[in-house]
Ligand binder design. Structure first.
Ligand SMILES: Cc1ncc(COP(=O)(O)O)c(C=O)c1O
Length: 465
């Protein structure tokens, strides 16, 4: 509005017609457009004015020197069940900065060995022959052929008793845990959690309004069932990692599984079986899933592609004991986020159907076992005074014990300053487990990285013993 100041009255339209030699209609149209864009305001009976605040000023995005004063955090509903936060933020969230994976980060697959060429070939094919009907809304339970492929895999490899109709595709195990807590755990009800145990499960079930009851883990067979029954007989749910206790290791034996199932049946208790890394079994016989032994329909089976493929895929699945229950979950999933993005589901379906999934799994099993052997050999060579868990028949990390007088958090911090990531066991511990230890992941690192990393690790830790 060159020549006119904010708030100034505009000359009548006829003045513009005369000055510019144009028709009145054009001037009126221009006024109308300027009013629409916010430059002019009409005041009945007194004419048209230049707006006091011109839209240009609002459109200019100045670089903020400081955050606005208002403290938005104070508006968060602190009465809600999410408070107090069940976990320190750093345990559950990551910064957006793309850090390279640093030895000995835990629970991460080998990205370098992911068959990316195959994956992108399938992705190209999926896009080239894309069926436009996939662009619409689909079943909130997930893409049916993917659920069928998962059901086939689970029946053969994990003895899970299921059909595709019992499966719900979720955005990572974390969403599966959240939905399960929200739907099946009454507010205020107790749930058993292995201690040490998976903090992602604790966060989800506490957020759902549950009361966490830490149950000590006895080695080598997992959760102390006698303790749980005695101290928390009224619990309505249990979160378990029976194939490979996380993070201590060990497998729950068949007799204990049967005892647990019988208790769950008698006490109307739900059992969440998190089978997060059962694929990486190196020695010994893999026990069938708890779900496969369940005759009473108490087990909610949870599996993820985060470990075998990659976590950013965000595809995991729940297997519900009945189709009727699966339908409740499907409804809830639809309310949360409608459905899982389709592209990844289409690619993954072909990846499984064409045999790449099991091929990759076989390759990784051999590779990770080699890496585990290297890590153990390096520990023996460079840190012979340290004890470590001998329950290494499966998994992606080794648990190293520290002498009792050391704080695992402090040692972990010292190591971090030296460029080594070794999460302290106490981050996974609630009340019952006081032994200091460090988790050393090996799956994502080459043998050379493992050797160099352990040399560095030993220099720090040996100096403290
Ligand atoms: C015990 C356990 N379950 C599940 C997961 C995987 O979670 P998500 O599927 O959400 O990536 C992890 C990841 O570290 C884990 O440690």
């Amino acid at each position: 509005m060159a020549g006119y100041k904010a708030g100034e009255r505009m000359p009548a339209s006829r003045v513009f017609c005369e000055e510019l030699g144009i028709s009145r209609n054009i001037v009126l149209l221009a006024f109308e457009q300027l009013a629409l864009e916010g430059y002019l305001v009409g005041r009945t009976g007194s004419g048209t004015f230049v707006a006091n605040t011109l839209p240009d000023a609002l459109l200019l995005t100045k670089k903020l020197k400081k955050e606005p004063k208002s403290d938005n955090a104070s508006y968060i509903n602190t009465e809600a069940d999410v408070y107090p936060l069940p976990l320190p933020a750093e345990l559950i969230q990551r910064n957006s900065a793309r850090e390279t994976v640093i030895p000995f980060q835990n629970a991460i697959p080998s990205f370098e060995d992911f068959p990316f060429a195959v994956w992108s070939k399938i992705a190209n094919k999926v896009l080239r022959y894309f069926n436009l009907s996939h662009l619409g809304y689909d079943d909130a339970a997930g893409y049916l052929p993917l659920r069928e492929a998962i059901a086939n895999y689970l029946r053969v490899h994990r003895a899970v008793n299921c059909t595709a109709e019992q499966i719900i595709i979720v955005n990572g195990s974390q969403q599966g845990l959240n939905i399960t807590g929200q739907l099946l755990l009454p507010r205020g009800a107790e749930f058993w959690l292995e201690d040490p145990g998976y903090h992602g499960a604790r966060a989800a079930l506490v957020n759902a309004g549950g009361k966490c009851c830490p149950i000590p883990v006895t080695t080598p067979d997992g959760l102390d069932l006698d303790y749980a029954k005695k101290h928390y007989p009224n619990a309505r749910m249990a979160y378990l990692t029976p194939s490979h206790q996380y993070p201590v290791g060990g497998t729950m034996p068949a007799c204990k599984r049967l005892e647990l199932l019988a208790w769950a049946n008698q006490n109307h208790m739900w059992l969440i079986e998190d089978d997060y890394d059962s694929e990486f079994r190196y020695t010994g016989k893999l026990l069938a899933s708890l779900q496969g032994m369940d005759k009473g329909g108490r087990v909610i089976y949870l599996g993820t592609f985060s470990k075998v493929l990659f976590p950013a895929l965000r595809i995991a699945y729940l297997v519900l004991p009945t189709v009727a229950l699966a339908n409740h979950f499907r409804y809830h999933k639809a309310m949360l986020d409608r459905q899982h993005p389709i592209l990844e589901q289409l690619i993954l379906t072909e990846f499984i159907q064409e045999g790449h999934f099991t091929r990759h799994l076989r390759r990784m099993r051999i590779l990770y076992k080699k890496r585990q052997d290297t890590l153990l050999a390096c520990l023996r060579q460079y840190a012979p005074q340290l004890a470590y868990s001998d329950m290494n028949e499966s998994g992606m990390h080794i648990l190293v014990w520290l002498p009792e007088h050391l704080s695992d958090k402090a040692v972990s911090e010292l190591l971090r300053q030296e460029g080594i990531i070794a999460p302290p066991l106490s981050d996974y511990t609630l009340t019952n487990f006081k032994k200091p230890g460090l988790l050393l992941g090996y799956s994502a690192f080459t043998e050379a990285q493992i050797t160099q990393g352990i040399e560095k690790f030993a220099r720090v830790v040996n100096g403290l013993i």
